[in-house]
Write a protein that binds this ligand. Structure first.
Ligand code: GLC
Length: 407
């Protein structure tokens, strides 16, 4: 088996996660139907006649992803409400072509991703509050509907980055997701990632099927994934806010600095991060979230090769992760929580930390964000952590250095 597509996906490192559906019209999060419309499903589903994304929503989404240096997007093609953003080709009339916009939004999304050099990945849920088959617990028939739905996604949009399943954790005890659906995906799309989100309670759990290419850490801390008989990617999914779908009364936007640290945590464990935004009714990402993503892009502007491209090195130090670019034999130390210094009245944490190397001697080095040399001390066994100069405070700093005398 050629698993190159798995390492290719891992090398992408950072993706944008997007929850968009009828719930976006209601501005109360993606579980709005469940939370507020119990026994009023028909009323909820009327939103289909008001669902009308802006013409350029997909292009704008791609530009937002690029502003943060994301290299792939995972978009909800169908969430728990059961509404599909794609043309279900007669399987259901609860899809975007039957909504007010009369468009196939997945076609627009895939085309836009290709124009912008981003890899399109499809989120698809297994939970379905709309389908009478799922509601009636007619599992064989429901899984057949699901199988046909996934076949459409695999056959109609050209090569895709993967299918990212959610909601298998919501199936009743004793009901198992049919693994032939995973096999079918690889049959149509040999290079597509098959991922199954194991939810909040089973972070990093490996799937039973050999077809599953990844493990997930939903809103959690990743740990390095041990390859078994085949390579597997770890991926953290987290959201800028508490909700995944747009919620206007959610004030919990994480700071860019916190998000940069979430990204560094994931990469430090050898995993990807896919960071979520919930577009509003017209498909546009809320301004605040857009600005936050731009700030992450600011951090990555000088650091993206280290954080998103180079592998971790086996070099050990305390208080830094070390990445290594084999081509130039350059090492990079990522140091978190670096303060800023001018004089004692405007200081955020003066630095008296050192990065101490367990093996090898530092020959020379410089800070990536301003090209200033690092202060090598203790005869090359360590260097000092320099705070940011006044005017810049990026949270984490990266030092590039070369080693002499490697053991
Ligand atoms: C949870 C939520 C779901 C969301 C998913 C994203 O499973 O139930 O709404 O889509 O997380 O990872």
């Amino acid at each position: 088996m050629d698993y190159r597509y798995v390492s290719d996906y891992q090398r992408l490192g950072f993706g944008l996660f997007v929850h968009y559906g009828l719930y976006s019209n209601l501005s109360k999060g993606e579980w709005a139907e469940y939370a507020f419309y119990q026994n009023r499903q028909a009323e909820y589903e009327k939103e289909i006649s008001a669902f009308h994304p802006a013409e350029d929503w997909a292009d704008q989404l791609c530009l937002t992803a690029l502003s943060a240096h994301c290299r792939y997007i995972i978009l909800t093609t169908r969430h728990h409400e059961g509404f599909s953003l794609y043309d279900t080709c007669g399987l259901s009339d609860f899809d975007a072509p039957h909504s007010a916009c009369h468009r196939d939004l997945i076609r627009e999304y895939v085309d836009a991703c290709r124009r912008h050099g981003l890899l399109p990945v499809f989120y698809h849920t297994v939970i379905d509050w709309h389908s009478p088959l799922s509601k009636g617990q007619k599992w064989d028939e429901y899984f057949d509907y699901l199988r046909k739905s996934i076949a459409i996604l695999c056959q109609n949009y050209g090569p895709i980055g993967g299918i990212w399943f959610d909601g298998t954790w919501g199936l009743p005890q004793g009901v198992n997701f049919p693994a032939d659906i995973y096999t079918m995906i690889h049959h149509y799309q040999p290079h597509a990632m098959v991922i199954n989100n194991t939810g909040l309670t089973a972070l990093g759990a490996k799937g039973a099927s050999q077809e599953i290419d990844g493990v997930t850490f939903e809103r959690g801390k990743a740990f390095p994934v041990q390859p078994g008989s085949r390579p597997i990617v770890g991926e953290v999914c987290d959201a800028i806010t508490d909700h995944w779908g747009y919620a206007e009364n959610d004030l919990s936007q994480k700071s860019p600095r916190e998000l940069v640290n979430i990204l560094l945590d994931a990469r430090g464990a050898g995993c990807n991060l896919v960071l979520n935004v919930g577009p509003k009714a017209d498909g546009t990402v809320p301004t605040l979230e857009k600005e936050i993503l731009k700030k992450i892009g600011l951090f990555l502007a000088t650091n993206h090769d280290v954080v998103l491209r180079y592998p971790l090195s086996s070099l050990k130090t305390e208080n830094a992760e070390i990445y290594h670019d084999e081509k130039t034999d350059t090492y990079y130390a990522v140091i978190r929580n670096v303060g800023m210094l001018l004089d004692q009245n405007v200081t955020f944490g003066s630095e008296n930390r050192n990065v101490v190397l367990a093996d090898g001697k530092v020959l020379d080095g410089y800070w990536l964000d301003n090209n200033e040399p690092i202060d090598v001390i203790e005869e090359g066994k360590a260097f000092r952590v320099r705070p940011f100069r006044y005017g810049v405070s990026l949270g984490a700093r990266i030092a590039a250095f070369h080693l002499g005398d490697k053991k």
